[in-house]
Write a protein that binds this ligand. Structure first.
Ligand code: FPP
Length: 297
């Protein structure tokens, strides 16, 4: 998937294992030496990065309103944040980044806003394809892509085909996406297979259902970020975020930059992930492992 030291060397529970060395990630390529971002990056344990980060990009409308501009100007400004976050996550060699760009509920917005959002998306894909390729990023869409306008589907198809041989980070855009819709579609697909005799009901388990979701083959998000302060998951990756750590920032999406991403990762690294289990304090202390590592067992 990527340079030696990543991929298989990570533990299955949300971070790279001990065999991983910082040497693989070129820190200078992630944040320039001597900058405030670099100071934050230096605090991050690169061996324990989340494998998959999911982001609810919120606050574009408020950002625009604060400036007396139309809502769509917030979406336009949000593209710069998308670009910076995608590139930074790829350089940190995450397995996956999923951005919530348009929900099944967003069709209720004014037509002009929807049309502008779709144009911005097409423009982004058109402009960014070369950069995605340069960073070895594989582009994917989660959501009901077939219900989108033909011109959007065409641009998405170009991005999908153009990056299909990339082996670095997978960049998912959630478009016309709803967590419940996704689960319904997965159930329908399983029901078809049962009806056709290809699968028995008893063969259906979490793994088979997960394999019918848009994120099939990727680890579940370890970290879910939401901007603009709202404490909701808004129908985003409902199945996949069962054990995600959630980090909410008051920062509005168009203001979100690398340093916010680093702050989220630093906070993530302080969490105890227990997955419903308990921390064995004694064993952790004897072996010298951290409470967080003990929780991951
Ligand atoms: C939520 O803010 C944001 C969205 C519904 C769209 C996000 C889209 C982009 C940043 C641009 C296109 C994306 C890609 C991946 C190229 P809001 O409008 O709900 O904000 P508000 O809550 O302040 O009104």
């Amino acid at each position: 998937m990527r340079g030696a030291g990543t991929g298989d060397t990570r533990s299955p529970l949300g971070s790279r294992s001990e065999g991983y060395t910082d040497a693989v990630i070129d820190k200078d390529n992630v944040a320039a030496p001597g900058t405030a971002e670099r100071e934050l990056l230096d605090e991050i344990d690169l061996a324990r990065l989340p494998r998959h980060i999911a982001i609810i990009m919120d606050g574009n409308g408020r950002w625009a309103r604060q400036r007396g501009s139309p809502r769509v100007e917030g979406h336009r400004a949000g593209i710069a944040s998308v670009r910076e976050v995608v590139e930074t996550c790829a350089r940190l060699e995450l397995d996956a980044l999923t951005l919530y760009a348009f929900s099944v509920e967003n069709w209720k917005r004014p037509r002009f806003e929807i049309v502008t959002l779709m144009s911005l998306l097409k423009e982004y894909l058109n402009r960014e394809l070369a950069n995605l390729l340069k960073n070895d990023i594989r582009f994917r869409v989660v959501g009901r892509m077939n219900e989108l306008d033909a011109s959007v589907q065409k641009e998405l198809a170009k991005g999908l085909a153009g990056t299909s041989s990339c082996r670095g980070m997978t960049f998912n855009i959630a478009l016309n996406y709803g967590g419940r819709t996704e689960i319904v579609d997965a159930c329908r697909s399983l029901a078809h297979d049962v009806g056709a005799g290809r699968l028995t009901p008893e063969q259906i388990d979490e793994e088979t259902l997960g394999s019918r979701l848009g994120t099939a083959g990727l680890p579940d998000p370890d970290l879910l970020i939401r901007t603009s302060g709202e404490m909701r998951v808004s129908n985003f990756l409902l199945w996949q975020i069962a054990y995600s750590e959630i980090w909410v920032t008051p920062t509005l999406w168009p203001d979100f930059r690398k340093r916010h991403l680093f702050e989220a990762v630093l906070d993530f690294q302080k969490r105890e992930r227990r997955y419903g289990g308990v921390i064995d304090e004694g064993r952790a202390a004897d072996s010298g492992e951290s409470r967080a590592e003990a929780g991951r067992r």
